[in-house]
Design a protein around this ligand. Structure first.
Ligand code: ATP
Length: 515
């Protein structure tokens, strides 16, 4: 764990040092859980968004996009249930004065049992070598069985407490399992209380009678209230989906994990409208499509898993998370929810407007059911960085830090490096760059030794570097160096465009999903 903590710390400083992520308002000592993206971060973030957007709107003929406003009529949040129920259970440690989410403290305790089990398995695998039968070991080892039992008991109590909204029981679990504050190490806890996560502000001047409005805590409601606009103007037939990317705001109680939990963040959400009764089949289909989208990035299939919800939200009849193995454990990056007809029906009720679809095949009107896929851009960003960051020991004893980013998402695709700053090499390099810059993000660098320049590009994940040397002036060839293998090859300038496009284009990545 200490090693993992260490990697996470290194990742955070790497993000700052190489212009990916900065604390917001840094010169004023920052603002809690709010972050800015730097020159490389914004490129990576935009590429993630493009990958998601294109996968939704290009690969699915029946998915279209919208961009709705952040401010919405306050009654929307009444109808959606957020005013009454968008709460987290919070608990304070009286000694450290730190605030925690009670559910997260308990989930961390469950993860500890998993850690213990995995350690036993790792130890045994080393001891028994080739002959190790992991499945058998898991079924028979007494220490594993004991930890498994403890975890299951805790899990059951926890799920019941969440489903019953029983705050007293949540506290009791924390007491019974002797969960301590990670800062003070004590068990001196307050009672558990509910805390609403929405930010409120006022619209209009007080003289006019200002209205209390909310910063949206999710983008989904902007889609629901536009459902009929899009269906009618786009002549959409069920099933169809509406996708949206945009900012969301939550006054998170605990926000200590860098961009994993922010107070201002970005979501990519798609609501898929289906016939009532078909929602669970679509839920399964979208689970498959979405996991493929993640796995196409090539960060390793084992880094993802599904985790079904212990407590279904008030609107859902099925829900799962796609979790990624972050340096601090498996954590949610995306939620897939079958939201029934809850939202549209509720908006019908509160607005007094019909939100129905006339189904020509069934010759009847009904409120569609909805399957939602909802992913955080920032969490996706963190998962990609965590999955790509490597410290490699080289043969010469040096360490190179490299981001093995999926090439289509890399902020810079190609670095153009003249070997020396004279003899017409910079001019030749600029000429090549001027030709390629229309197709991909190129960076020109002539400062320092070529080795140092390679390292700088490795650190931001640039998949290709090309070096222009004296021979280039006569043979019109350059040396191309591949980030992951560090292999170098001599190629004609005329072929560069094709070589690079094949690997870095969004098309190449999107094709992986459909295979
Ligand atoms: P959590 O349980 O971690 O608070 P959630 O279940 O409330 O998350 P959803 O409401 O399902 O999250 O939101 C969908 C997605 O939005 C999440 O999977 C996550 O990627 C992202 N997200 C939610 N809250 C935050 C946040 N505070 N900071 C960054 N991303 C977030």
């Amino acid at each position: 764990m200490a090693q993992q903590d260490d990697i996470f710390k290194k990742l955070i400083s790497h993000c700052k040092e190489y212009g990916f992520v900065f604390s917001s308002s840094e010169i004023y000592d920052g603002l809690g859980a709010v972050y800015d993206y730097g020159q490389n971060g914004v490129e990576l973030k935009n590429n993630i968004k493009r990958y998601w957007w294109d996968s939704m709107t290009l690969l699915n003929e029946n998915v279209v996009g919208i961009d709705s406003a952040i401010f919405m009529h306050p009654t929307i949040w009444k109808a959606s249930g957020h005013v009454d129920a968008f709460n987290d259970p919070l608990i304070d440690n009286k000694d450290s004065k730190k605030r925690y989410r009670a559910d997260v403290l308990i989930e961390d305790q469950m993860a500890k049992y998993d850690d213990k089990i995995n350690k036993e398995v790792e130890k045994a695998a080393k001891r028994f070598g080739e002959s190790f039968d992991e499945a058998m070991f898991r079924q028979t080892n007494p220490r594993i069985l004991e930890n498994q039992k403890k975890k299951e008991e805790l899990h059951e109590r926890f799920a019941n407490a969440l489903n019953d909204n029983d705050l007293v029981e949540l506290k009791q679990i924390i007491v019974d399992y002797e969960i301590v504050c990670p800062i003070s190490g004590t068990k001196n806890w307050t009672d558990v209380r509910q805390f609403n996560l929405m930010f409120a502000t006022e619209m209009g001047s007080t003289a006019d009678g200002a209205t209390k409005i909310y910063l949206r805590p999710e983008t989904a409601q902007g889609i629901f209230v536009n459902f009929l606009n899009v269906q009618k103007t786009g002549r959409m037939k069920l099933p169809f989906g509406i996708a949206q990317i945009g900012k969301a705001f939550r006054n998170e109680i605990v926000a200590r994990q860098f961009i994993f939990r922010m107070r201002e963040f970005e979501q990519m959400e798609m609501q898929f409208f289906v016939r009532p009764g078909e929602e669970l089949a679509w839920f399964e289909k979208w689970k498959t499509i979405r996991i493929k989208w993640h796995q196409a990035l090539g960060l390793g299939e084992k880094k993802y898993r599904f985790h079904d919800h212990d407590k279904l939200a008030h609107y859902a009849n099925a829900a799962t998370d796609i979790e990624f193995q972050m340096p601090f454990g498996f954590k949610e990056v995306e939620g897939i929810h079958s939201r029934t007809d809850f939202d549209l029906s509720s908006h019908e009720q509160f607005s007094g407007k019909k939100l129905r679809y006339f189904d020509p095949e069934m010759n009847e009107s009904y409120v569609p059911y909805v399957v939602e896929t909802s992913i955080g851009v920032d969490r996706m960003f963190l998962s990609i960085l965590a999955g790509s960051y490597e410290e490699e020991k080289l043969e010469n004893g040096e360490t190179r830090v490299v981001l093995k980013l999926p090439p289509a998402l890399a902020p810079v695709k190609l670095a153009v490096l003249p070997l020396v700053k004279k003899d017409g090499l910079p001019e030749k390099a600029q000429e090549i760059m001027n030709d390629l810059k229309f197709d991909f993000h190129c960076q020109y660098d002539e400062k320092d030794s070529i080795g140092k320049r390679y390292r700088r590009q490795d650190a931001i994940g640039t998949p290709y570097c090309i070096t222009i040397d004296h021979d280039t002036l006569t043979d019109n060839c350059v040396t191309i160096r591949y980030r992951d293998t560090m292999l170098q090859e001599r190629v004609p300038i005329s072929e560069l465009g094709k070589i690079i496009t094949d690997k870095v284009s969004m098309k190449t990545l999107l094709k992986q999903i459909t295979q």
